[in-house]
Design a protein around this ligand. Structure first.
Ligand code: GDP
Ligand code: IMO
Ligand code: MG
Length: 427
């Protein structure tokens, strides 16, 4: 029986999935990213160095592992080639990297289209990362997408690009943008394909073979449950599903092959981009958290919006993802606050509710109901056990467990790989 662990973001992304994936990758044989693209920014810190990965799974720095970019991803080949250069500089010369031939390619017109899609929203932009994510998934569903496997056959690539441009160039010109040349795009993307050729494979089939011989697989989520196209704060979401339920489809593995799901939550909340965020606040405490937690986007450098922990959202993520455990990250950032708050419910139209409304208009109208707990002053960044934590910090963690009815399997007290405290072995 193989064992697999899915790592998902329970909030609005940037929960520390990269750090947790790097941590558990030590015990995995294969690490898989199944959805999203270079809208993701995953930070890994060890031995005094810091890396930000956008496409390559965060297991890449653990030697001797296979890292997979699966079929549900959308891949900007140029970003991927640059990222291969980055890991090479870090000493990973010859990575075991598998890229799905079914994954979709982010083309240059998708990036322009991303900007256009924001412009037509009548002053209500999503605040996307402008990486072309939405338009690439749109073309996938519209069946005019280009797949990684297409990059390897020049004639086929040219035909597919020409077909897509029949549509896209007309739209671009109607909006006053320059049209693209099929032959120029074909040359450029065929060249990317030649560079990436050694890695492009039928990853679903290969993964199945590895699972059959009992290898351990770690699935690294990107984004977070509240950015899910199905269960997030639509339309202020990304264009894929960053949930555990999406993993089998987006990686091409059996639903039975998922053994457990670990939800990553910050000890507070952040959001980057537009959209509803009930526990958001913006005062000196928020600024303190932003600076201490370096809460600036890994991909776009935008300041992240700050909020208190929201257990209505955590319980939504628990239900959608079937969470088995929680990991609490950035706990150290809360040291030095007089008090900490946890949202337990919302007030809406004179009623108390404990779920995430499906209508964004209703969600905007929700007022968070808080519990307030005393803070702690001690620097906890060198704590190595639960017992080391100040009492008020222990109370805070215990309260999260009570409000979610989930066990915290580990918590994190700093960005470094070593600043991780395991409470329960789950993989
Ligand atoms: P991801 O997108 O979920 O992988 O998260 P990001 O890497 O975008 O953002 C998380 C940020 O928090 C990164 O800068 C991490 O280095 C940092 N980080 C992760 N865990 C901790 C922690 O426990 N404490 C502190 N202070 N920083 C952390
Ligand atoms: P990681 O994996 C935080 C947000 C964008 C925007 C919305 C849609 O690092 O947690 P998109 O470019 O996907 O069409 O943008 O989703 N977003 C993220 N926010 N972390 C991410 O990834 C994100 N990926 C997308 O800011 O609000
Ligand atoms: Mg991130």
């Amino acid at each position: 029986m193989n064992e697999s662990l899915v790592i998902v973001g329970t909030q609005f992304g940037d929960e520390g999935k990269g750090k947790m994936t790097d941590f558990y990758a030590a015990d995995a044989d294969v690490i898989v990213r199944s959805q999203g693209g270079d809208n993701a920014g995953h930070t890994i810190v060890f031995d005094g160095d810091k890396y930000a990965l956008h496409l390559i799974p965060s297991g890449i720095f653990r030697k001797g592992k296979i890292n997979v970019l699966a079929n549900g991803m959308v891949i900007n080949p140029k970003t991927l080639i640059d990222e291969l250069g980055l890991i090479k500089k870090a000493g990973i010369e010859d990575p075991s990297l598998w890229i799905s031939d079914r994954a979709h390619v982010i083309m240059l017109y998708h990036i322009v289209m991303d900007g256009l899609s924001e412009r037509i929203r009548s002053g209500k932009p999503i605040g996307t990362t402008k990486k072309g994510i939405g338009p690439t998934y749109r073309d996938k569903v519209d069946r005019i997408g280009i797949r990684m496997g297409d990059l390897l056959d020049k004639g086929r690539l040219n035909d597919k690009i020409s077909m897509a441009l029949n549509y896209h160039n007309r739209v671009l010109e109607a909006f006053g943008e320059e049209p693209f040349s099929a032959s120029e795009l074909t040359e450029r993307f065929f060249a990317y394909g030649q560079t990436l050729k050694p890695y492009i494979k039928d990853t679903a089939k290969l993964l199945d073979e590895r699972m059959k011989i009992g290898e351990k697989v770690l699935f690294e989520g990107a984004q977070g449950t509240m950015l899910c196209i199905e269960h997030g704060t639509y339309p202020y979401v990304t264009s894929s599903s960053p949930t555990a339920a999406s993993v089998p489809l987006a990686a091409g593995v059996s639903p039975q092959s998922i053994s457990s799901v670990l939800g990553i939550t910050k000890a507070y909340s952040t959001r980057v981009g537009e959209g509803v965020f009930p526990t958001e606040f913006d005062d000196d405490v928020a600024r303190k958290i932003r600076e201490k937690g370096h809460e600036y986007g890994t991909t776009t450098k935008r300041p992240r919006r700050i909020g208190w922990l929201d257990t209505v959202i955590l319980n939504h993520a628990k239900r959608i993802n079937g969470l088995n455990y929680l990991a609490v990250t950035l706990l150290d950032v809360l040291s030095g606050l007089d008090e900490v708050r946890i949202c337990t419910h919302y007030r809406h139209g004179g009623r108390t509710i404990d779920y995430v409304p499906s209508s964004i208009e209703r969600f905007y109208a929700c007022e968070p109901v808080y519990e307030t707990w005393p803070g702690w002053d001690e620097d906890i960044s060198s704590c190595t056990s639960y017992e080391d934590l100040p009492d008020n910090c222990k109370i805070y963690l215990n309260r999260i467990e009570q409000l979610t009815d989930l066990k915290i399997a580990l918590f994190s007290v700093g960005a470094d790989r070593k600043q991780t405290v395991v409470l329960k072995n789950i993989f």
